[in-house]
Design a protein around this ligand. Structure first.
Ligand SMILES: Cc1ncc(COP(=O)(O)O)c(C=O)c1O
Length: 394
């Protein structure tokens, strides 16, 4: 499917992960490059070390040249997502009528949870999971109920059933914040798993909000299944965005998509939410989904190479780290428990190796003794990071 998009544009793209030097990257002023001192190699937050895809850069520079920097209007972003979903996932789901533009995925998650739960209600998460799931949910006065993933990093349906029973048991409203694909493990949930999740949620009266931001990043050969495409998911809500796959976090815009039975909820989204997305962000995200297919294919091939490279380097230099390459994200989840570095191995790698990874402890239950490494960089920097990590524990 992805090759088809590349052919449509006729372009052959170079690997975007090999295009920027360390000197160029150090000139960046974003979080990844400015949180730590210059001697630290940053492979933590999910920013990618890539130049912008040309169609995205063109959309932004055209807008700047025209002074087209006002408020967002229209449904082009939703239409671009619909076309992308049809081509890549054979899914006809995200119609413009059941789609709303939100400022970004996490603020979209908050707004969707506000639509389907009230203060004090429970939100179920599959831990270990993206740390802001905890922070944002607690900040909006909802309770977290954890349903740990199984040891194989897949959804444990028995644990989910228990969590749903606890979350909705007292007759209160409850939601499940599904991460699909899963950050940090890269698990791509199967149609069977998502169908079982939807049936379980339906039975317990739990509303599903699916964070599908990593969907376009799924490796060739693995099949992303949109949550709203499975049976019994009609009351679900999904958040999608071009931000991870095309590195557009600084260009705020994301889409909330409602299943047919949730359209009424989405219609209740307060008007003020539409003031958050940036018009230039909407233009950039739209161009990425509509015209960024060849660039994305080159990125996905580069990420696949990096997964293999990391696995080889760890096997040679740090064989006590367990890493299972997984297709659903540009991040690598490293089980460092056998190294005996305590709860927070990332702190040791930072202190002794001057390489910044994300601390597993922030990812909830199951995160201790783990660290997350961002693979969206050049093979040279991955090689240097592993060299530093190995030296740190030698
Ligand atoms: C699972 C997940 N959701 C949301 C986000 C953040 O998205 P946004 O910047 O659109 O809020 C990220 C960023 O890495 C993520 O991994």
């Amino acid at each position: 499917m992805s090759a088809e998009l590349g052919q449509e544009t006729g372009a052959v793209e170079a690997n975007p992960l090999c295009r920027l030097s360390l000197d160029q990257l150090r000139r960046r002023t974003s979080m990844k490059w400015r949180t730590y001192p210059e001697d630290v190699l940053p492979l933590w937050v999910a920013e990618m070390d890539v130049p912008l895809a040309e169609p995205v850069a063109r959309a932004i520079t055209d807008a700047v040249a025209l002074g087209d920097t006002g408020y967002p209007a229209g449904t082009a972003y939703a239409e671009a997502l619909a076309e992308f979903a049809r081509k890549r996932w054979s899914w006809e789901g995200p119609t413009a009528e059941r789609t709303a533009i939100v400022p970004d995925v996490m603020l979209g998650v908050v707004e969707m949870l506000r639509l389907v739960t009230g203060p004090g209600d429970a939100v179920v998460v599959n831990c270990p999971v993206y740390p802001p799931f905890y922070q944002f949910v607690r900040h909006m006065d909802r309770r977290i109920v954890e349903a740990p993933l199984g040891p194989d990093h897949r959804i444990d349906l028995a644990a989910l059933r228990d969590a749903f029973a606890r979350a909705a048991g007292s007759g209160r409203r409850a939601a499940f914040l599904l991460c699909s694909p899963h950050n940090p493990t890269g698990t791509v949930h199967t149609r069977e798993e998502l169908t079982a999740v939807a049936a379980l949620a339906d039975r317990h009266g739990v509303r599903v909000v699916a964070d599908e931001i990593h969907a376009p990043v799924v490796a060739p050969g693995a099949a992303f299944v949109p949550y709203l495409s499975v049976p019994d998911a009609a009351s679900g809500l999904s958040l999608m965005s071009a931000s991870k796959a095309w590195n557009l976090a600084g260009l705020k815009a994301a889409l909330a998509v409602a299943g047919p039975a949730a359209a009424g909820d989405l219609a209740n989204l307060p008007e003020e939410v539409s003031h958050g997305p940036s018009h230039v962000g909407v233009l950039a995200h739209t161009a990425a989904l509509r015209d960024g297919g060849a660039w994305l294919d080159a990125l996905l091939a580069g990420l696949d190479d990096n997964r293999r490279l990391l696995a080889d380097l760890l096997a040679e230099q740090l064989p006590d780290i367990r890493y299972e390459p997984a297709p659903g994200t540009c991040l690598a989840w490293l089980d460092c428990r056998a190294l005996g570095l305590g709860d927070d191995p990332a702190a040791v790698f930072l202190e002794r190796g001057r390489v910044a990874l994300s601390s597993g402890t922030a990812f909830g239950t199951g995160g201790r003794g783990h660290a997350r490494l961002n693979l969206a960089t050049s093979p040279e920097l991955i090689t240097e990071a592993v060299r530093r990590m190995a030296a740190a524990v030698a």
